[in-house]
Design a protein around this ligand. Structure first.
Ligand code: GAP
Length: 434
């Protein structure tokens, strides 16, 4: 990480903590590595991202079915998927301090912490084990899911039986996934508990190449829509030997993070790997019958996958801006309006003038009925309020002043330009929704 880039990460992490987006997990106990908690604005931004994704990939389409499967699954599902035997990272341990590292994260035979000798690389399975029920013997072992995909493959037959879709069709899911990462790092980038937004798109085997290209385009469209700087996104054709065990082709969408160019999203061609194996392990027929030809086969799968924490981080980095306004330095989040946690803040010019407060409360209540993400703010002076709202990315600040009492107009201040205009109260909703 260069000095400049690490400074950017530090500033962003400080902002997200100061303003209530992201806190260290279990902070008062000294934290828990690889976990982060979302504060009020983090939840709001995260939910806005999820709704946008669900809208684009489920609600606006006729061929994708939403599911929300249990995080705990029958452990056989993870044997079938290959995760029990194959979901592992190479790990090395220092003979002296016993610290463990991902083998691909260290150079040379010495421990980067204490200089001790590193042992031979071994495989470390990244699934979190847990046990179901009162006994803790091997028969009760199951896992926290390491990807949401599994919950969709085990529901493939349910979706086919309930909805009788034609190929191609997809299932989509947003939910938590857990990986016991050897070296969690870089804020939200590599964590042990995170959310994924995934689509399993079932296709005729002969159609996979065209549909792979189609989803590649959809992923770029999403990146633009969610406000990630597309100039910083680069595709990487993942070479043989480096792909996940189930994939015959993978394109990673990498992002220029302040800590280097690394994966943001992935697009994989999983062939019929999953359905074929789940059929073998469950002994339930998971083949699809082609209505026209009567052929029975396992559909092949194209899988666009999106990490939500990495989306949040890329959106925050893409919108983090420093400029000068009215001769003063300021920091603001240039979030797309549809993602901003607060759509507009309403202020009385002075909080000790009951007439102004009463009128401002009236405007606030009227707006909040239509647009729930409206905030009341009467802390400090106007300058302080603008600075706070800029830092959380609020597109508009609405001030009720003495002129409002005379002519029912308010000042609306634009986050990006800092310019103010007078707007009639009756026109506020259409202005905010524009
Ligand atoms: N179902 C396919 C799958 O899980 P993956 O590349 O292992 O593929 C998908 O993970 C996405 O999940 C990644 O592109 C990334 O956005 C996110 N992701 C994976 N591991 C992560 C971690 N430890 N912390 C945060 N996000 C992670």
């Amino acid at each position: 990480m260069t000095t400049h880039d690490s400074a950017l990460m530090e500033k962003l992490i400080a902002l997200t903590k100061r303003r209530g987006f992201v806190y260290q997990g279990s902070e008062i106990y000294g934290g828990l590595a690889g976990t982060w908690d979302l504060g009020p604005y983090g939840v709001a931004l995260n939910n806005n991202i999820k709704s946008l994704w669900w809208r684009m990939f489920v609600e606006d389409r006729e061929d994708v079915y939403g599911v929300d499967a249990a995080i705990l699954m029958n452990p056989k599902a993870w044997e079938a998927s290959g995760h029990v035997s194959g979901f592992a990272d190479p790990m090395v341990e220092c003979a002296k301090c016993k610290r463990r590292f991902r083998a691909d994260h260290v150079e040379g035979p010495k421990c980067p912490e204490c200089g001790g000798k590193l042992g031979e690389a071994g495989q470390f399975n990244m699934m979190f084990k847990t046990s179901i029920g009162a006994s803790e013997d091997s028969s009760s072992v199951t896992y926290l899911r390491p990807e949401t995909a599994g919950g969709m493959f085990v529901n493939f037959k349910n979706i086919v039986d309930s909805f009788h879709p034609k190929l191609p069709f997809g299932t989509a899911q947003i939910g938590k996934a857990f990986r016991n990462e050897i070296a969690p790092r870089d804020f939200l980038f590599r964590v042990r508990e995170f959310e994924q937004m995934e689509i399993e798109y079932f296709v005729k085997p002969s159609a996979w190449k065209d549909l792979f290209e189609y989803w590649r385009g959809q992923m770029h469209d999403w990146i633009t829509k969610v406000g990630i700087d597309s100039g910083k996104v680069h595709e990487l054709e993942v070479p043989d030997g480096e792909r996940a065990h189930y994939s015959l082709r993978t394109v990673d969408f990498e992002f220029d993070w302040p800590f280097g160019r690394k994966e943001l999203y992935g697009l994989a061609y999983r062939t019929d790997y999953d359905l074929r194996n789940h059929e073998e392990f469950s002994a339930v027929d998971l083949k699809f019958t082609d209505e026209e030809t009567g052929d029975r086969f396992w559909p092949h799968v194209i899988e666009p996958t999106f990490g939500l924490g990495r989306t949040l981080l890329a959106v925050l980095l893409s919108s983090y801006t420093e400029d000068e306004l009215g001769g003063e330095k300021r920091t603001y989040l240039k979030l797309p309006k549809h993602l901003a946690p607060v759509k507009a803040a309403v202020f009385p010019l002075l909080k000790n003038k009951p007439q102004l407060v009463e009128k401002a409360r009236e405007v606030y209540a009227m707006l909040k009925k239509e647009i729930p993400q409206i905030e009341w703010d009467d802390n400090g002076n106007i300058g302080k309020r603008y600075r706070r709202q800029d830092e959380i990315g609020t597109p508009y600040c609405i001030t009720i002043d003495f002129d409002t009492l005379e002519n029912n107009t308010v000042t609306v201040r634009d986050r990006d330009s800092g310019e103010q205009e007078r707007v009639a109260i009756g026109e506020l909703i259409s202005k905010l929704k524009a």
